[in-house]
Design a protein around this ligand. Structure first.
Ligand code: 1HN
Length: 351
């Protein structure tokens, strides 16, 4: 056979276009690529630049009127709202003293990482937990959730959601909790505060009454920073740092040992002062919060200098390495659990 006759192929393509078909040989190279063709770019959202605008948002609207008062992030390479990695969203939410964010639920899974304030609460399916800086909160698929601030300071956290994935699946649903006699949509608290930590958060689990849902997502709704940070401190004293990751722990579902949520896994890592990590890449996208310290992450040709509460994204298949000028702690969450069940997840060292 001779080479493809492009002119004749185009004539055929034009002729069959009204029938909604395309000669595959004309588009194959775009569909089946040698490597991931990733539209998202590395980017850093600066806490110092964004924090004043959260105050402006507080002047503009109440948490209740906003439903959720969030400055939501979009990857600079994306035109529609909300995709930071291909499948994950992130945003900064603020709740002022005395405010509530009403109860609702959706099939999008959510996580929160607490950045500022002390003692506002989240209620997840009838369980209340008080939040402190560095705490990691899960709000699984279809769970009723609301937030309130009974402390005397604003509280700010990072929300992470899988709604870009749920949109891709054409599977989004949400519902609002019924309005109570006081005119507010607020679920009642059904259990002791932090009940899930008592039952599932101590390397033990109840012998009876483990919910079926715990196969899908962790029953623990708050992973305390004090616990996770202390564990990293102990590792620092006993182990050499991993060349790519430093010292790194995953927040797990204690029932299965798997990811905390069906679509999201989450990690806390410690980098020693002077750390210069090896470069690697993987097919999942990662969203980071710099929790402590100072340093930079080199991702592709982009250098992202971070300091506490900065948020940054490393998209799929982008080679990246962490460099810490001071001892630093990074929180991160990824969409790897969406890829793993299908065997399409890959990772490798670069250089
Ligand atoms: C949501 O329900 C929350 O519950 C936060 O706090 C951020 C962003 C998009 C859609 C729903 C919350 C959200 C969200």
């Amino acid at each position: 056979m001779a080479a493809i006759d492009l002119a004749k192929s185009q004539t055929l393509a034009d002729a069959v276009a009204p029938l909604h078909v395309t000669p595959l040989w004309m588009v194959l190279g775009r569909l089946i690529t040698d490597e991931p063709d990733v539209p998202e770019v590395p980017y850093l959202w600066s806490w110092k630049a964004l924090r004043p605008w959260l105050e402006e948002a507080c002047r503009l609207i109440s948490a209740q009127d906003a439903e959720r008062r969030v400055l939501t992030m979009t990857n600079p390479a994306k035109r529609y709202t909300g995709a930071v990695t291909h499948y994950l969203n992130a945003g900064l939410q603020v709740i002022m003293p005395g405010e509530i964010a009403p109860t609702h639920r959706h099939v999008a899974n959510a996580i929160r990482f607490i950045m500022e304030g002390d003692g506002a609460y989240t209620v997840v399916d009838g369980e209340k937990t008080l939040m402190r800086r560095g705490d990691f909160i899960t709000t699984p698929i279809w769970s009723w959730h609301d937030h309130g601030n009974e402390s005397d300071k604003p509280m700010v956290w990072l929300d992470g959601l899988d709604f870009p994935f749920v949109h891709t699946a054409n599977a989004m649903f949400k519902s609002d909790y019924p309005v109570g006699p006081d005119g507010v949509r607020r679920q009642s608290v059904q259990r002791e505060d932090d009940d899930s930590i008592v039952r599932f958060g101590q390397s033990m689990r109840p012998t009876e009454g483990v919910p079926d849902s715990s196969r899908l997502y962790s029953p623990v709704i708050n992973y305390r920073y004090t616990t996770a940070r202390a564990a990293l401190e102990r590792l620092r004293n006993t182990d050499a740092p991993h060349p790519v990751e430093g010292w790194k722990l995953e927040y797990i579902n204690p029932v299965t040992g798997g990811s905390v949520l069906p679509t999201i896994d989450a990690f806390l890592q410690l980098l020693p002062a002077g750390f210069r990590g090896r470069s690697h890449r993987h097919t999942h996208g990662t969203i980071y919060v710099a929790v402590e310290g100072r340093g930079r992450t080199e991702a592709g040709n982009t250098i992202m200098e971070w300091e506490p509460n900065d948020v940054f994204v490393v998209p799929s298949w982008t080679p990246h390495r962490h460099i810490a000028t001071e001892e630093s702690v990074l929180f991160s969450f990824t969409d790897a659990p969406i890829q793993r069940p299908f065997g399409i997840h890959r990772e490798e060292l670069v250089g």
